[in-house]
Ligand binder design. Sequence first.
Ligand code: RIB
Ligand code: CA
Length: 310
Amino acid sequence: MPTPVILDCDPGHDDALAILLAAANPAIDLLAITTVGGNQTVEKCTINARRICSVAGITGVPIATGAAEPLLGSLHIGEYVHGVSGLDGPAWGEPTVQASAEPAVDLIVRLLRDHPEPITLVPVGPLTNIALVLKTHPELIPKIREIVLMGGSIDRGNDTPYAEFNIKVDPEAADIVFRSAVKVTMCGLNVTHQALATPEVLDRFRALDTKLGDLCVELLTFFSASYLRTWGFTSPPLHDPVAVARVIDPSLVECIDAPVVIETMGRYTAGATCVDLHHLSGEPDNTLVAVKLDTERFWDLMIEAVASYA
Ligand code: RIB
Ligand code: CA
C-alpha cells in the first residue's frame, strides 16, 4: 500500500525534483503539496510548485500556500542559491496547474482529520507550517504517522557556520517539531551532501531525451553554478529528494537514533541542530538521524521518476 504523504516545500530547485519524485513513485500517495516562504517568498514558491506540476503534467494534487514568514522575525530568502524567481534557469511558460485557495495549514489539518489512515509529513523547507499544525491541533498528532524532513546537520551549517538553511529560517518552528510527540527523521546536510548531481548524473537526465529530462538538466545547471560560486562545490547536493527517498524505501537512507535539540538563542549559532551522537546529554532519543545514503540506488530512483513522465 502506498504511503500517504503531504510534501511541504519551498521550491527551490531541489524541492522541484522532490515533487517529481514524490508524485511519480508508486510507494507514495501524494495527497498535497504545501508551500512555505524560504528559498523565495511563499508567493514565488507557490508559482514554482505550479510550474513544475504543469510541465510534468501532475494534476489532481492540491497546491496550497502556507506561511509567508517564520514564527518570529522576518523571512530571509535563499535568493543567492535559487535566483530571483526561486527556480531560475529554465524559461518558464504560464503554469496551467492552479493553486488551491485553501491555506496550507487548513489543508493539512483537514487531510489529517479526514484521511482514513495516518499521514507522513515530508517538510523540505522551513518548518513553520508544520509547527503551526502541531501547535493549533495537537489532537491530530495521532494522525501524523511520522515527519521525515530535510533540514539540519550533524556537522556544520550552510546558511551560517552552524545552521542549515531550513532550520535557520525558523528555529522556533524547528524546536516545536523536534520537541513534539511525533517521530522525526532528520535528513541533514551530512547525508544530503552524499547526493551530488555530478556531470554523470546530468548526462543520465540528458540521455532521457525528454522535455522533463532536459528541464532537470537546466535546473541542475543553474543550481550547480550557485553551489560552485557560494560553497565551492563542483557538483551540487540534491537535498530534498533524499527525504522523499527515505519514505519510498527506508533502506536507501541509513539512520541512527539520537537526541536532537535546536539552538534558538545563540547569537552566532541560532538554527543549529545539536545532535548528541554519544548520548552525553541524557536527553531522550527523539530523532532518527540520517547518516548514509545508498547513492547509486538514490540516483536510479530519481532518474526513473523523471523518465516515468511523458
Ligand atoms: O539547506 C538546504 C535546504 O534549504 C533545501 O531544502 C533547499 O531547498 C533549501 O530549502
Ligand atoms: Ca527546500
